[in-house]
Design a protein around this ligand. Structure first.
Ligand code: HEC
Ligand code: HEC
Ligand code: HEC
Ligand code: HEC
Length: 425
């Protein structure tokens, strides 16, 4: 082959190699945390430093937006940050949670910086409350867990542990100081993932942008005498798997005084509902995409740490992916109204079941076996309804799954009512 023919070939090869190198460089740059690109750290942050202000010296934008969560008090149709009393908005809850703390005080959640004040202020806390209740409320935790071990932490009474808990939710709940990567800080999450054969250290960055929220926004219970914080995930995170887990364990939070049913209270399963095959989860969208969208301050781009309802800033929260923000937010209203109506229908059905079981039980000639069956159906119905009621998005995180679960709750409640009526002589 002569030289003039070789030149284009050699040139092509060089161009392909150069193009490849540029692509690799871009991929490498894209995978670097934004702040570490050429910005030297100002101070060294101790591992698990509880005080977010210290971290704020190096990362002022993240810190100043985190501080906004304290005072952001806007309300939305079904969410927002005003601590409204849910028992006044929906008095059916008083009957559904009769005999349990949630029938006395049940407020709408608000921003991360209020977590510590709010847990200390709730009427649900008393002298027997375990320290476990602090697990999701403070950046003092990672250091305390490292020092005391989680078992010891959980065994300590809320009133005693309080002296060692100084900070609300902060940087140390989500980041590793040395690298600033997102990490699992709650030992209960690490153990729950392990029970499913998962190792979070192998998760992608996009997965971590949701998993970091699962440190707290999940269903959990206090296991055994030591009140050991546990997520009921060993058989999976669907409502059916969680119910089977609790039934197998014969776990109950309290006995309903009217129906005599052994109940389980569900706690904010935001992560479980979202990851149960929602459209957004399946499309690879993470919690942080909607709740911590990228924001600009001059030339600096950073994740807003002012975590709140995305309906307060839909242009940034949804606009990164959706061109028609007005349309998608109107869809939220449609979805939430539909889920709320279905949810209230489930509540009415459960309340009817409670009344039917109560009156069957009051009749001494009733069939006790049928009453027991009715109670089992009541337990099943209520933990399904509560899975959606305690979840924070009024179904938006996964509309199909929310409606499926509520339909099954209503069906089980009507079956419970029927059994109770059959139990009458
Ligand atoms: C596609 C966007 C999107 C994703 C992804 C998403 N959310 Fe939401 N989230 C919403 C919307 C919309 C609401 C409803 C807000 C309202 O009613 O005001 C909401 C509500 C909430 C609320 C209650 C907010 C309030 O105002 O009380 C919490 C808590 C929450 N989400 C946590 C999470 C967690 C944790 C994840 C991931 C497991 C997640 N979200 C994923 C859009 C999203
Ligand atoms: C260390 C535990 C913890 C972690 C981690 C955590 N949250 Fe929260 N979050 C809470 C608690 C507790 C509250 C309620 C605080 C209150 O009402 O005082 C809350 C409240 C919220 C709210 C409601 C805010 C409002 O203004 O109504 C949203 C939305 C939210 N979290 C989303 C997220 C997302 C998204 C992630 C992950 C990026 C996350 N959270 C990680 C514990 C946590
Ligand atoms: C509730 C969990 C949570 C808390 C608390 C939190 N962060 Fe973040 N942070 C995130 C998430 C999620 C991201 C996005 C990470 C990604 O995209 O890989 C992030 C990203 C960052 C980044 C990378 C640049 C950026 O903005 O995307 C820095 C730096 C950072 N956070 C600093 C802080 C500091 C400092 C604090 C305390 C003042 C803090 N974070 C508190 C969850 C949290
Ligand atoms: C990171 C990208 C991303 C963000 C942020 C995002 N979405 Fe989406 N959204 C998607 C994708 C991808 C789909 C699926 C599109 C499809 O399959 O046609 C989707 C679908 C939807 C749908 C149709 C759901 C369905 O079941 O068909 C609605 C409604 C929606 N999004 C609302 C919102 C709202 C409201 C927000 C802000 C709170 C938001 N999205 C934020 C990526 C995003």
């Amino acid at each position: 082959m002569n030289r003039s023919k070789m030149i284009p070939i050699i040139l092509s090869v060089i161009i392909i190699i150069l193009a490849g190198a540029v692509v690799l460089l871009l991929i490498f740059m894209k995978n670097q945390p934004v702040e570490t690109r050429g910005v030297p750290a100002l101070i060294e942050i101790a591992a698990m430093e509880p005080d977010s202000e210290q971290w704020g010296v190096n990362f002022p934008n993240q810190y100043s937006t985190l501080l906004l969560t304290e005072s952001n008090n806007a309300r939305t149709a079904y969410g927002g940050s005003e601590p409204v009393q849910k028992l006044e908005v929906d008095p059916r809850l008083v009957t559904l949670f009769a005999g349990y703390g949630f029938s006395k005080d049940y407020k709408e959640d608000r921003g991360h910086m209020n977590a510590l004040t709010d847990v200390r202020g709730t009427a649900r806390v008393n002298e027997t409350t375990p320290g476990t209740c602090y697990s999701c409320k403070s950046s003092s935790n990672p250091m305390l867990w490292a020092e005391m071990g989680m078992a010891e932490y959980d065994k300590t009474l809320f009133s005693e542990l309080g002296a060692r808990i100084e900070e609300p939710i902060g940087c140390a709940n989500c980041h590793e100081a040395e690298t600033m990567r997102l990490i699992v800080t709650n030992p209960a999450l690490e153990e729950a993932l392990k029970a499913q054969g998962k190792d979070w250290t192998s998760f992608t960055r996009q997965e971590m942008r949701s998993v970091v929220c699962a440190n707290c926004h999940v269903e959990y219970y206090f296991k055994g005498e030591g009140k050991y914080l546990t997520f009921p995930w060993a058989g999976g995170t669907s409502i059916e798997a969680i119910e089977a887990y609790y039934d197998n364990y014969e776990f109950t939070d309290w006995t309903h005084p009217d129906s005599g049913t052994q109940m389980v209270k569900m706690q904010h399963p935001d992560y479980e509902l979202f990851t149960a095959g929602s459209t957004h989860f399946n499309a690879g969208v993470a919690c942080a995409d909607c709740h911590m969208p990228y924001t600009r301050d001059g030339s600096v781009k950073f994740s807003s740490h002012d975590v709140h309802s995305p309906l307060l800033n839909p242009a940034t929260a949804c606009g990164a992916c959706h061109t028609d923000v007005g349309y998608v937010t109107s869809q939220v209203t449609i979805i939430q109204d539909k889920v709320a109506a279905t949810m209230y229908a489930a509540e009415d059905a459960i309340i009817d079941a409670i009344a039917a079981i109560q009156s069957a039980d009051a009749n001494s000639r009733s069939d006790g076996a049928l009453i027991e069956e009715a109670r089992a159906l009541h337990r099943s119905a209520q933990l399904r309804w509560d899975f959606i009621a305690a979840e924070n998005s009024m179904g938006f995180h996964n509309p199909e799954e929310a409606l499926r679960i509520l339909a099954s709750a209503t069906d089980l409640a009507r079956q419970a009512q029927l059994k109770a009526v059959q139990a009458l002589p």
